[in-house]
Design a protein around this ligand. Structure first.
Ligand SMILES: Nc1nc2c(c(=O)[nH]1)N(C=O)[C@@H](CNc1ccc(C(=O)N[C@@H](CCC(=O)O)C(=O)O)cc1)CN2
Ligand SMILES: Nc1ncnc2c1ncn2[C@@H]1O[C@H](COP(=O)(O)OP(=O)(O)OP(=O)(O)O)[C@@H](O)[C@H]1O
Length: 199
């Protein structure tokens, strides 16, 4: 990775996460509800048979209710599990009450006994992030997990990020491995970046 963007990624990440942390518990919960409604109203959510979500940790957008909605409407729910070397395993979850355990960094992750799915089967990936810009760029926590995972999807599988308005900045520092989002959903609106291939 280019050294200049590495240093600025650390700084920018810190500042975006501070903005997010400044939201109160109630505010985060209210905004998460609005984000959830917008996500579940998206045509790509409605038509997807297989949805890869994330379960929130720290002060991310709350996603548990959407995960429950995916299971309740008989879609296949896929959740990520961190594996060594920055690999993200997409595992099938049928029952949120029994299929999860606290994994890396305390994130609620599927147990390894859950079935691993072929990323080519996934119709929609919902993506967390520390910061976003309105060109479709996303900054994560610096593990490179999602950037290594995206090239394994079909190139036009929608990649929808969830974030709060306060996490949007003018320009996220980008490297050549960074994959753009197709949409960003915030409490205020859905930003559409068009059909962008993942490689
Ligand atoms: N809810 C959720 N699940 C997710 C992600 C996410 O962003 N949100 N990930 C998205 O990729 C992956 C986890 N990625 C992570 C990467 C780094 C750190 C982290 O805490 N890093 C340290 C610094 C480096 C270190 O000590 O290893 C830190 O921030 O203190 C946490 C999660 C997979 N699952
Ligand atoms: N496709 C890839 N192939 C190999 N290495 C990669 C790839 N994507 C990212 N990396 C490496 O992973 C590390 C973290 O990358 P980066 O800071 O862009 O992660 P991030 O987007 O913040 O995190 P994440 O994708 O987990 O949310 C860097 O060392 C980077 O070189």
């Amino acid at each position: 990775m280019n050294e200049e963007s590495y240093c600025s990624k650390i700084e920018v990440r810190k500042s975006c996460l501070q903005q997010r942390a400044a939201l109160g518990e109630q505010e985060r919960s209210n905004k998460s509800f609005l984000i959830r409604k917008k996500l579940e109203d998206l045509p790509e959510f409605k038509t997807a048979q297989t949805v890869m979500l994330f379960l929130n940790f720290r002060d991310e957008v709350e996603t548990t209710a959407s995960a429950e909605a995916v299971v309740a409407c008989k879609k296949k729910l896929i959740l990520p599990r961190c594996a060594p070397k920055g690999i993200l395993l997409p595992l099938k979850v049928s029952n949120l009450a029994v299929d999860l355990e606290p994994g890396a960094w305390g994130i609620r992750e599927p147990k390894l006994t859950n079935e691993e799915v072929n990323p080519l089967e996934i119709d929609l990936v919902v993506v967390p992030g520390a910061g976003f810009d309105l060109q479709g760029n996303r900054l994560g926590y610096g593990g490179g997990f999602y950037d290594r995972f995206f090239p394994r999807l079909k190139s036009l599988t929608p990649r929808v990020a969830l974030g709060f308005e306060c996490q949007i900045i003018d320009q996220v520092p980008v490297d050549k491995h960074d994959v753009k989002m197709t949409k960003l959903v915030t409490e205020k609106m859905v930003y559409d970046f068009g059909k962008i291939a993942n490689q």
